[in-house]
Design a protein around this ligand. Structure first.
Ligand SMILES: Cc1cc2nc3c(=O)[nH]c(=O)nc-3n(C[C@H](O)[C@H](O)[C@H](O)COP(=O)(O)OP(=O)(O)OC[C@H]3O[C@@H](n4cnc5c(N)ncnc54)[C@H](O)[C@@H]3O)c2cc1C
Length: 409
Protein backbone atom coordinates (compact mmCIF):
# COMPACT_ATOMS: atom_id res chain seq x y z
CA UNK A 1 0.00 0.00 0.00
CA UNK A 2 1.42 3.42 -0.91
CA UNK A 3 2.19 6.04 1.73
CA UNK A 4 -0.42 8.45 0.37
CA UNK A 5 -3.05 5.73 0.45
CA UNK A 6 -2.15 5.04 4.09
CA UNK A 7 -2.50 8.71 4.92
CA UNK A 8 -5.86 8.84 3.17
CA UNK A 9 -7.16 5.85 5.08
CA UNK A 10 -5.90 7.24 8.33
CA UNK A 11 -7.73 10.46 7.59
CA UNK A 12 -10.90 8.54 6.92
CA UNK A 13 -10.54 6.81 10.26
CA UNK A 14 -10.08 10.17 11.96
CA UNK A 15 -13.11 11.59 10.20
CA UNK A 16 -15.32 8.68 11.16
CA UNK A 17 -13.96 8.61 14.68
CA UNK A 18 -14.70 12.29 15.05
CA UNK A 19 -18.23 12.05 13.73
CA UNK A 20 -18.96 9.03 15.82
CA UNK A 21 -17.39 10.55 18.91
CA UNK A 22 -15.10 7.53 19.08
CA UNK A 23 -11.60 7.56 20.38
CA UNK A 24 -9.01 6.85 17.71
CA UNK A 25 -6.77 5.06 20.13
CA UNK A 26 -9.50 2.54 20.84
CA UNK A 27 -9.76 1.30 17.26
CA UNK A 28 -7.20 -1.47 17.16
CA UNK A 29 -9.28 -3.51 14.71
CA UNK A 30 -11.00 -2.46 11.49
CA UNK A 31 -14.30 -0.88 12.45
CA UNK A 32 -16.11 -0.20 9.24
CA UNK A 33 -16.18 -1.94 5.94
CA UNK A 34 -18.67 0.19 4.08
CA UNK A 35 -21.35 -2.43 4.56
CA UNK A 36 -24.04 0.05 5.62
CA UNK A 37 -26.88 0.53 3.15
CA UNK A 38 -27.12 3.81 1.31
CA UNK A 39 -30.21 5.92 1.96
CA UNK A 40 -32.15 7.46 -0.93
CA UNK A 41 -33.19 10.97 -0.09
CA UNK A 42 -36.61 12.47 -0.74
CA UNK A 43 -36.82 15.52 -3.02
CA UNK A 44 -37.10 17.94 -0.10
CA UNK A 45 -34.49 16.43 2.16
CA UNK A 46 -32.29 19.10 3.74
CA UNK A 47 -29.14 17.32 2.64
CA UNK A 48 -29.87 18.42 -0.93
CA UNK A 49 -29.87 22.09 0.01
CA UNK A 50 -26.93 22.46 2.34
CA UNK A 51 -25.69 26.01 2.62
CA UNK A 52 -22.05 26.32 1.52
CA UNK A 53 -19.65 27.51 4.20
CA UNK A 54 -17.92 30.81 3.47
CA UNK A 55 -14.54 29.25 4.11
CA UNK A 56 -12.19 32.22 3.85
CA UNK A 57 -9.31 32.88 6.23
CA UNK A 58 -10.35 36.53 6.56
CA UNK A 59 -13.59 35.36 8.21
CA UNK A 60 -11.60 33.99 11.18
CA UNK A 61 -12.36 36.51 13.89
CA UNK A 62 -10.82 34.64 16.82
CA UNK A 63 -8.49 31.73 17.55
CA UNK A 64 -8.66 30.15 21.00
CA UNK A 65 -6.51 27.52 22.67
CA UNK A 66 -7.55 25.28 25.54
CA UNK A 67 -5.79 22.57 27.56
CA UNK A 68 -7.78 19.41 28.17
CA UNK A 69 -7.13 18.13 31.72
CA UNK A 70 -6.35 14.52 30.83
CA UNK A 71 -5.73 11.80 33.43
CA UNK A 72 -4.83 8.28 32.34
CA UNK A 73 -7.00 6.82 35.11
CA UNK A 74 -9.96 9.09 34.31
CA UNK A 75 -11.38 11.97 36.37
CA UNK A 76 -10.51 12.25 40.04
CA UNK A 77 -13.63 11.84 42.19
CA UNK A 78 -12.27 10.80 45.58
CA UNK A 79 -12.36 12.81 48.81
CA UNK A 80 -9.65 14.21 51.00
CA UNK A 81 -9.63 15.87 54.42
CA UNK A 82 -7.72 19.10 54.99
CA UNK A 83 -7.91 19.77 58.72
CA UNK A 84 -11.66 20.19 59.45
CA UNK A 85 -12.62 20.55 55.77
CA UNK A 86 -13.72 17.77 53.46
CA UNK A 87 -12.65 18.23 49.84
CA UNK A 88 -14.51 16.29 47.14
CA UNK A 89 -12.50 16.20 43.94
CA UNK A 90 -14.21 16.61 40.57
CA UNK A 91 -11.50 17.27 37.99
CA UNK A 92 -9.57 15.68 35.14
CA UNK A 93 -12.23 15.17 32.45
CA UNK A 94 -9.96 15.40 29.40
CA UNK A 95 -11.94 16.20 26.25
CA UNK A 96 -15.28 15.30 27.85
CA UNK A 97 -15.81 17.92 30.55
CA UNK A 98 -19.02 19.43 29.19
CA UNK A 99 -20.34 16.05 28.07
CA UNK A 100 -19.89 14.33 31.42
CA UNK A 101 -20.46 17.38 33.60
CA UNK A 102 -23.92 16.60 35.02
CA UNK A 103 -23.11 12.96 35.68
CA UNK A 104 -19.72 13.59 37.23
CA UNK A 105 -21.04 16.47 39.32
CA UNK A 106 -23.96 14.35 40.54
CA UNK A 107 -21.45 11.88 41.96
CA UNK A 108 -19.35 14.64 43.55
CA UNK A 109 -22.37 16.49 44.96
CA UNK A 110 -23.83 13.33 46.51
CA UNK A 111 -20.56 12.84 48.38
CA UNK A 112 -20.56 16.49 49.44
CA UNK A 113 -24.19 16.31 50.62
CA UNK A 114 -23.55 13.24 52.73
CA UNK A 115 -20.63 14.96 54.44
CA UNK A 116 -22.34 18.32 54.76
CA UNK A 117 -25.55 16.91 56.26
CA UNK A 118 -23.49 15.27 59.02
CA UNK A 119 -21.79 18.54 60.01
CA UNK A 120 -22.59 20.24 63.29
CA UNK A 121 -21.27 23.56 62.00
CA UNK A 122 -22.68 25.25 58.82
CA UNK A 123 -24.38 22.17 57.34
CA UNK A 124 -26.29 24.35 54.86
CA UNK A 125 -23.29 25.70 53.00
CA UNK A 126 -21.09 24.18 50.33
CA UNK A 127 -18.17 25.78 48.51
CA UNK A 128 -17.21 25.01 44.95
CA UNK A 129 -13.74 25.91 43.71
CA UNK A 130 -13.79 26.56 39.97
CA UNK A 131 -16.33 28.08 37.63
CA UNK A 132 -15.97 25.93 34.50
CA UNK A 133 -18.32 23.21 33.26
CA UNK A 134 -17.73 21.07 36.34
CA UNK A 135 -17.88 23.90 38.86
CA UNK A 136 -21.13 25.37 37.54
CA UNK A 137 -22.93 22.04 37.31
CA UNK A 138 -21.73 21.06 40.81
CA UNK A 139 -22.93 24.40 42.17
CA UNK A 140 -26.37 24.08 40.55
CA UNK A 141 -26.86 20.52 41.76
CA UNK A 142 -25.85 21.47 45.31
CA UNK A 143 -28.30 24.39 45.20
CA UNK A 144 -31.13 22.19 44.04
CA UNK A 145 -30.42 19.98 47.06
CA UNK A 146 -31.06 23.03 49.24
CA UNK A 147 -27.52 24.21 49.96
CA UNK A 148 -26.25 27.79 49.89
CA UNK A 149 -23.34 27.74 47.47
CA UNK A 150 -20.37 30.03 46.96
CA UNK A 151 -18.11 29.51 43.96
CA UNK A 152 -14.51 30.60 44.49
CA UNK A 153 -12.61 30.84 41.23
CA UNK A 154 -9.64 32.53 39.66
CA UNK A 155 -11.64 33.00 36.45
CA UNK A 156 -15.36 33.39 35.76
CA UNK A 157 -16.89 31.07 33.17
CA UNK A 158 -16.10 33.25 30.14
CA UNK A 159 -12.36 33.04 30.85
CA UNK A 160 -12.15 29.33 31.70
CA UNK A 161 -10.85 26.48 29.56
CA UNK A 162 -14.47 25.35 29.35
CA UNK A 163 -15.42 28.48 27.42
CA UNK A 164 -12.87 27.45 24.77
CA UNK A 165 -14.31 23.99 24.09
CA UNK A 166 -15.92 23.29 20.74
CA UNK A 167 -19.35 22.17 21.95
CA UNK A 168 -20.23 18.55 21.11
CA UNK A 169 -21.48 15.66 23.19
CA UNK A 170 -18.22 13.68 23.17
CA UNK A 171 -18.34 11.76 26.46
CA UNK A 172 -15.32 9.53 25.87
CA UNK A 173 -13.03 12.01 24.17
CA UNK A 174 -9.62 11.66 25.84
CA UNK A 175 -11.30 10.54 29.03
CA UNK A 176 -8.71 7.92 30.07
CA UNK A 177 -6.31 5.26 28.84
CA UNK A 178 -7.99 1.91 28.33
CA UNK A 179 -5.40 0.00 30.35
CA UNK A 180 -4.98 2.55 33.17
CA UNK A 181 -8.53 2.63 34.51
CA UNK A 182 -10.00 0.63 37.39
CA UNK A 183 -12.25 -2.31 36.49
CA UNK A 184 -15.24 -0.26 37.71
CA UNK A 185 -14.46 2.79 35.59
CA UNK A 186 -16.29 1.81 32.35
CA UNK A 187 -19.61 1.43 34.17
CA UNK A 188 -18.99 4.58 36.22
CA UNK A 189 -18.31 6.40 32.94
CA UNK A 190 -21.54 5.05 31.50
CA UNK A 191 -23.48 6.26 34.52
CA UNK A 192 -21.95 9.74 34.16
CA UNK A 193 -22.63 9.87 30.42
CA UNK A 194 -26.25 8.70 30.77
CA UNK A 195 -27.00 11.11 33.62
CA UNK A 196 -25.57 13.97 31.60
CA UNK A 197 -27.38 13.02 28.42
CA UNK A 198 -30.66 12.88 30.30
CA UNK A 199 -30.04 16.28 31.88
CA UNK A 200 -29.22 17.86 28.52
CA UNK A 201 -32.77 17.00 27.45
CA UNK A 202 -33.99 19.57 29.98
CA UNK A 203 -32.02 22.24 28.09
CA UNK A 204 -33.37 21.50 24.63
CA UNK A 205 -35.72 23.95 22.96
CA UNK A 206 -34.84 26.91 25.18
CA UNK A 207 -34.20 30.48 24.08
CA UNK A 208 -30.69 30.80 22.66
CA UNK A 209 -30.59 27.06 21.90
CA UNK A 210 -28.10 26.25 24.67
CA UNK A 211 -28.30 22.56 23.76
CA UNK A 212 -29.64 21.26 20.47
CA UNK A 213 -29.63 18.39 18.02
CA UNK A 214 -28.04 19.03 14.66
CA UNK A 215 -27.12 17.00 11.58
CA UNK A 216 -23.48 16.17 11.20
CA UNK A 217 -22.11 15.26 7.77
CA UNK A 218 -18.96 13.23 7.41
CA UNK A 219 -17.64 13.79 3.92
CA UNK A 220 -14.79 11.71 2.57
CA UNK A 221 -12.80 11.70 -0.65
CA UNK A 222 -11.84 8.10 0.06
CA UNK A 223 -14.11 5.08 -0.38
CA UNK A 224 -14.97 3.49 2.98
CA UNK A 225 -12.91 0.33 3.17
CA UNK A 226 -10.77 -1.42 5.74
CA UNK A 227 -9.35 1.03 8.27
CA UNK A 228 -5.90 1.20 9.72
CA UNK A 229 -5.03 0.66 13.38
CA UNK A 230 -3.44 3.58 15.31
CA UNK A 231 0.17 4.48 14.53
CA UNK A 232 2.94 2.90 16.56
CA UNK A 233 3.54 4.92 19.72
CA UNK A 234 -0.06 6.13 19.96
CA UNK A 235 -1.57 5.65 23.41
CA UNK A 236 -4.60 3.44 23.69
CA UNK A 237 -7.30 5.88 24.70
CA UNK A 238 -10.42 4.40 26.25
CA UNK A 239 -13.37 4.19 23.84
CA UNK A 240 -16.70 3.46 25.48
CA UNK A 241 -19.16 4.98 23.09
CA UNK A 242 -20.42 1.54 22.13
CA UNK A 243 -22.03 1.36 25.59
CA UNK A 244 -24.39 4.22 24.63
CA UNK A 245 -25.61 2.96 21.25
CA UNK A 246 -29.25 3.36 22.28
CA UNK A 247 -28.71 7.11 22.82
CA UNK A 248 -27.49 7.75 19.28
CA UNK A 249 -29.70 7.81 16.23
CA UNK A 250 -28.43 5.51 13.47
CA UNK A 251 -26.01 7.05 10.97
CA UNK A 252 -27.09 7.12 7.34
CA UNK A 253 -24.86 6.72 4.31
CA UNK A 254 -26.16 9.11 1.67
CA UNK A 255 -25.61 8.97 -2.08
CA UNK A 256 -23.05 11.74 -2.61
CA UNK A 257 -24.87 12.69 -5.84
CA UNK A 258 -27.93 13.63 -3.72
CA UNK A 259 -25.86 16.16 -1.80
CA UNK A 260 -23.83 19.16 -2.93
CA UNK A 261 -20.55 17.43 -2.05
CA UNK A 262 -18.33 15.96 -4.74
CA UNK A 263 -17.07 13.12 -2.58
CA UNK A 264 -16.89 9.34 -2.39
CA UNK A 265 -18.88 8.98 0.79
CA UNK A 266 -21.26 11.22 2.70
CA UNK A 267 -22.51 10.03 6.05
CA UNK A 268 -25.10 11.82 8.17
CA UNK A 269 -25.93 11.45 11.81
CA UNK A 270 -27.73 13.50 14.42
CA UNK A 271 -25.60 14.76 17.28
CA UNK A 272 -26.09 16.85 20.39
CA UNK A 273 -24.24 20.15 20.48
CA UNK A 274 -23.83 22.96 22.99
CA UNK A 275 -23.90 26.63 22.13
CA UNK A 276 -21.26 27.24 24.78
CA UNK A 277 -21.85 31.00 25.08
CA UNK A 278 -25.60 30.84 25.70
CA UNK A 279 -25.38 27.58 27.62
CA UNK A 280 -22.77 28.80 30.09
CA UNK A 281 -24.53 32.13 30.48
CA UNK A 282 -27.78 30.28 31.22
CA UNK A 283 -26.07 28.15 33.88
CA UNK A 284 -24.48 31.20 35.46
CA UNK A 285 -27.81 33.06 35.52
CA UNK A 286 -29.56 30.08 37.10
CA UNK A 287 -26.84 29.92 39.75
CA UNK A 288 -27.20 33.59 40.60
CA UNK A 289 -31.01 33.55 40.56
CA UNK A 290 -30.88 30.73 43.10
CA UNK A 291 -28.85 33.00 45.39
CA UNK A 292 -25.40 31.69 44.46
CA UNK A 293 -22.36 33.87 45.07
CA UNK A 294 -19.25 34.01 42.89
CA UNK A 295 -16.08 35.20 44.57
CA UNK A 296 -12.97 35.85 42.52
CA UNK A 297 -10.16 34.11 44.40
CA UNK A 298 -7.01 32.19 43.53
CA UNK A 299 -5.72 29.45 45.83
CA UNK A 300 -2.01 28.66 45.92
CA UNK A 301 -2.01 25.79 48.40
CA UNK A 302 -4.71 23.21 49.24
CA UNK A 303 -4.29 24.12 52.94
CA UNK A 304 -5.95 27.46 52.16
CA UNK A 305 -9.23 25.64 51.57
CA UNK A 306 -9.46 24.91 55.29
CA UNK A 307 -9.70 28.68 55.83
CA UNK A 308 -13.04 28.92 53.98
CA UNK A 309 -16.23 29.31 56.03
CA UNK A 310 -17.70 26.28 54.22
CA UNK A 311 -16.46 22.97 55.60
CA UNK A 312 -17.33 20.94 52.52
CA UNK A 313 -15.62 21.99 49.30
CA UNK A 314 -15.99 20.54 45.80
CA UNK A 315 -12.76 20.95 43.89
CA UNK A 316 -13.47 21.63 40.19
CA UNK A 317 -10.20 23.28 39.21
CA UNK A 318 -9.70 21.33 35.96
CA UNK A 319 -6.21 21.75 34.55
CA UNK A 320 -5.53 24.16 37.44
CA UNK A 321 -5.47 21.15 39.79
CA UNK A 322 -2.11 20.16 38.33
CA UNK A 323 -0.47 23.17 39.97
CA UNK A 324 -2.76 23.58 42.99
CA UNK A 325 -2.72 19.91 44.00
CA UNK A 326 0.72 19.15 42.53
CA UNK A 327 -1.13 16.48 40.57
CA UNK A 328 1.22 15.49 37.79
CA UNK A 329 -1.15 12.75 36.71
CA UNK A 330 -2.86 15.55 34.77
CA UNK A 331 -1.43 15.80 31.27
CA UNK A 332 -2.32 18.81 29.10
CA UNK A 333 -3.81 17.96 25.73
CA UNK A 334 -3.74 21.16 23.75
CA UNK A 335 -6.57 21.99 21.38
CA UNK A 336 -7.13 25.01 19.17
CA UNK A 337 -10.30 26.24 17.56
CA UNK A 338 -10.84 28.95 14.98
CA UNK A 339 -14.03 30.98 15.05
CA UNK A 340 -15.52 32.01 11.70
CA UNK A 341 -18.10 34.78 11.55
CA UNK A 342 -21.56 33.21 11.98
CA UNK A 343 -23.40 32.64 8.74
CA UNK A 344 -27.18 32.64 8.37
CA UNK A 345 -28.29 29.30 6.93
CA UNK A 346 -25.11 27.40 7.76
CA UNK A 347 -26.64 25.06 10.28
CA UNK A 348 -24.92 21.68 10.14
CA UNK A 349 -21.74 20.16 11.50
CA UNK A 350 -19.15 18.77 9.12
CA UNK A 351 -16.15 16.48 9.18
CA UNK A 352 -13.91 16.66 6.14
CA UNK A 353 -10.40 15.29 5.96
CA UNK A 354 -8.59 16.54 9.08
CA UNK A 355 -11.09 19.25 9.98
CA UNK A 356 -14.30 19.46 12.05
CA UNK A 357 -16.85 22.26 11.85
CA UNK A 358 -19.59 23.05 14.38
CA UNK A 359 -22.14 25.81 13.64
CA UNK A 360 -22.31 27.55 17.00
CA UNK A 361 -24.44 30.67 17.25
CA UNK A 362 -21.48 32.73 18.53
CA UNK A 363 -19.22 31.64 15.67
CA UNK A 364 -18.65 28.72 13.33
CA UNK A 365 -16.07 26.62 15.09
CA UNK A 366 -13.33 25.01 12.99
CA UNK A 367 -10.93 22.52 14.52
CA UNK A 368 -8.01 20.63 12.95
CA UNK A 369 -7.98 17.03 14.18
CA UNK A 370 -5.09 15.34 12.34
CA UNK A 371 -3.32 12.99 14.71
CA UNK A 372 -6.54 12.05 16.50
CA UNK A 373 -6.48 11.84 20.29
CA UNK A 374 -2.68 12.17 20.34
CA UNK A 375 -2.88 15.63 18.83
CA UNK A 376 -1.64 18.18 21.39
CA UNK A 377 -0.78 15.47 23.92
CA UNK A 378 1.54 16.85 26.61
CA UNK A 379 1.62 20.25 24.94
CA UNK A 380 0.84 23.09 27.36
CA UNK A 381 1.34 25.94 24.89
CA UNK A 382 -1.48 28.46 24.91
CA UNK A 383 -0.05 30.36 21.96
CA UNK A 384 -2.47 30.34 18.97
CA UNK A 385 -1.06 28.90 15.76
CA UNK A 386 -2.43 31.05 12.94
CA UNK A 387 -1.04 28.73 10.29
CA UNK A 388 -2.98 25.78 11.71
CA UNK A 389 -6.18 27.82 11.44
CA UNK A 390 -5.47 29.02 7.91
CA UNK A 391 -4.65 25.49 6.75
CA UNK A 392 -7.89 24.13 8.23
CA UNK A 393 -9.95 26.82 6.51
CA UNK A 394 -8.11 26.19 3.21
CA UNK A 395 -9.02 22.49 3.46
CA UNK A 396 -12.67 23.48 3.79
CA UNK A 397 -12.36 26.01 0.98
CA UNK A 398 -11.17 23.21 -1.32
CA UNK A 399 -14.30 21.19 -0.54
CA UNK A 400 -16.69 24.12 -0.99
CA UNK A 401 -15.04 25.30 -4.20
CA UNK A 402 -16.24 22.17 -6.01
CA UNK A 403 -19.84 21.83 -4.86
CA UNK A 404 -22.44 20.52 -7.29
CA UNK A 405 -25.88 22.06 -7.73
CA UNK A 406 -28.56 19.81 -6.25
CA UNK A 407 -32.19 20.05 -5.14
CA UNK A 408 -34.78 22.05 -7.03
CA UNK A 409 -32.45 24.56 -8.63
C1 LIG B 1 -10.27 22.42 21.65
C2 LIG B 1 -11.11 21.75 22.72
C3 LIG B 1 -12.39 21.38 22.42
C4 LIG B 1 -13.17 20.75 23.39
N1 LIG B 1 -14.44 20.39 23.04
C5 LIG B 1 -15.20 19.74 23.95
C6 LIG B 1 -16.51 19.32 23.58
O1 LIG B 1 -16.96 19.55 22.46
N2 LIG B 1 -17.24 18.66 24.50
C7 LIG B 1 -16.77 18.39 25.75
O2 LIG B 1 -17.47 17.75 26.54
N3 LIG B 1 -15.53 18.80 26.13
C8 LIG B 1 -14.74 19.46 25.26
N4 LIG B 1 -13.47 19.84 25.60
C9 LIG B 1 -12.99 19.55 26.97
C10 LIG B 1 -13.48 20.55 27.97
O3 LIG B 1 -13.15 21.83 27.54
C11 LIG B 1 -12.86 20.27 29.35
O4 LIG B 1 -13.02 18.93 29.71
C12 LIG B 1 -13.57 21.14 30.39
O5 LIG B 1 -13.48 22.49 30.02
C13 LIG B 1 -13.01 20.97 31.79
O6 LIG B 1 -13.82 21.76 32.61
P1 LIG B 1 -13.42 22.09 34.10
O7 LIG B 1 -14.60 22.75 34.72
O8 LIG B 1 -12.90 20.86 34.77
O9 LIG B 1 -12.17 23.06 34.01
P2 LIG B 1 -12.02 24.60 33.61
O10 LIG B 1 -12.96 25.02 32.58
O11 LIG B 1 -10.56 24.79 33.35
O12 LIG B 1 -12.41 25.38 34.93
C14 LIG B 1 -11.55 25.37 36.04
C15 LIG B 1 -11.96 26.46 37.01
O13 LIG B 1 -11.12 26.38 38.16
C16 LIG B 1 -10.52 27.64 38.39
N5 LIG B 1 -9.22 27.43 39.00
C17 LIG B 1 -8.21 26.67 38.54
N6 LIG B 1 -7.18 26.74 39.40
C18 LIG B 1 -7.54 27.55 40.40
C19 LIG B 1 -6.91 28.02 41.58
N7 LIG B 1 -5.67 27.67 41.88
N8 LIG B 1 -7.58 28.86 42.39
C20 LIG B 1 -8.85 29.25 42.10
N9 LIG B 1 -9.50 28.83 40.99
C21 LIG B 1 -8.85 27.99 40.16
C22 LIG B 1 -10.45 28.29 37.03
O14 LIG B 1 -10.32 29.68 37.15
C23 LIG B 1 -11.79 27.86 36.46
O15 LIG B 1 -12.80 28.71 36.95
C24 LIG B 1 -12.66 20.48 24.67
C25 LIG B 1 -11.36 20.88 24.98
C26 LIG B 1 -10.59 21.50 24.01
C27 LIG B 1 -9.20 21.90 24.34
Amino acid sequence: MSQSSNVGRRRLLQTLAAVGGMSLGGCAAPILSGGQTTVRLGPNDRARFLEPLRAHADRIFDITVCLRPFRAAGPRLDTERIRDTLVVHNYGHGGSGWSLSWGSSTIAVNKALAASNALAQSPDRIAVVGCGALGLTSALLAQSAGKAVTIYAREAIQQTQSARASGSFTPDSRIALADAVSPEFPSLWEEMARTSHKTFRDHLGLAGDPVRWIDRYSVSDQPATILQPPAEGDLKFAAYRGRLQDLYPQAEDLRPADTPFRADTVRRRSVLMFNIASYSQMLMTQFQLAGGRLEQHEFHDPQELAGLPEKVVINCTGYGARALWSDESIVPVRGQISHLIPQVGFDYALDYRDVNVIPRSDGIVVQAVAGGDMRGYNDASLVPDRQESDTAVRTLAALYSKLRRTGHS
